[in-house]
Design a protein around this ligand. Sequence first.
Ligand SMILES: O=C(O)c1ccccc1N[C@@H]1O[C@H](COP(=O)(O)O)[C@@H](O)[C@H]1O
Length: 210
Amino acid sequence: MTHVRTKICGLCSADDARAAVAAGADALGLVFAHNSRRRLDAARAVSISQAIGPFVSRVALFMNDDATMVSEVVESVTLDMLQFHGDETPAFCRSFGKPYMKAVAMGETDASVLQAAHDYHDAAALLLDGNRRGQPGGQGETFDWQIDLSAVGLPVVVAGGLHPGNVGQAIAALAPYAVDVSSGVEDAPGRKSADKMHAFINAVDKAGQS
Ligand SMILES: O=C(O)c1ccccc1N[C@@H]1O[C@H](COP(=O)(O)O)[C@@H](O)[C@H]1O
């Protein structure tokens, strides 16, 4: 039996954050990317972060945002990890003194997970997303799960188009360390569904038992 961890991303309210924790999420994502419809300002992010109880990780998501903005967020919001979704270099990712996760855009034929694992060797994890390079994530797009990840050497987080109905299949195909979901547990853009979050985490737990 494997405990596959679940990150729920794009929380836009304290109530949704509490519901995600109640559903059993291991990590919650707060989006600061300038190009996201789920983008938070610092005041809202602080109120959401305060609503998250102990033993649940807080992850801040950026995409090609400038260093000053990232530093301001790191200084004003309680965070455990940073998630970078753009063309950020390894030096940029590690420069904020926090564990980080680098997203790899899998929605193109030449995406090289092994190259990313080499370049971002000090990352806490690699996150594989279904978006094309340059396009924002969080669009609900899957990628081809028939890939061999055995040589990656870093924890792998699978994302992109996951929902309660397909996450078991993704786990069976890729045996990831964790899965990450945003659109697939929403009722409307930026509004999470407690029922969908429960169903998602039940499906993850079930897949980890088989
Ligand atoms: O959620 C966003 O708005 C977002 C913006 C820019 C980059 C990434 C974003 N979200 C991340 O995208 C993946 C997949 O999300 P989905 O489940 O397909 O909606 C996930 O890691 C989100 O954290």
